[in-house]
Design a binder for this molecule. Sequence first.
Ligand SMILES: [Zn+2]
Length: 111
Amino acid sequence: MGFLDKLFGKKETTSNVKKQTNDKGILPLREKQHLLQTSSPVCDVCNKPLNIDKSFFVPNSVFYSSKEYRLWYRDHTMLLGPDYEARLRMMEMNDPTEGSAVCEDCIRMFR
Ligand SMILES: [Zn+2]
């Protein structure tokens, strides 16, 4: 019974991840695992340690242009004040990666 529950739970997780991906290029992070620089990745938004099976790869063009993310960034970096837009542009220009890793809680900002 416990084993079946586990199997069912796993299937559920996978389909949830798939459901939240879309044609903007958001993918299950598992499919882009080779791009990760570290074996213990954290969310690029909230810095929480990532569960790779429940997390997402978000292309940088989508990541940096998300209005919700920009507002989140503004609200969580109050020290930067009105310069947050400029700071975000700097981050985007200096970002050498092709995308960002985002946890299951933060992915709603990019859908
Ligand atoms: Zn997060």
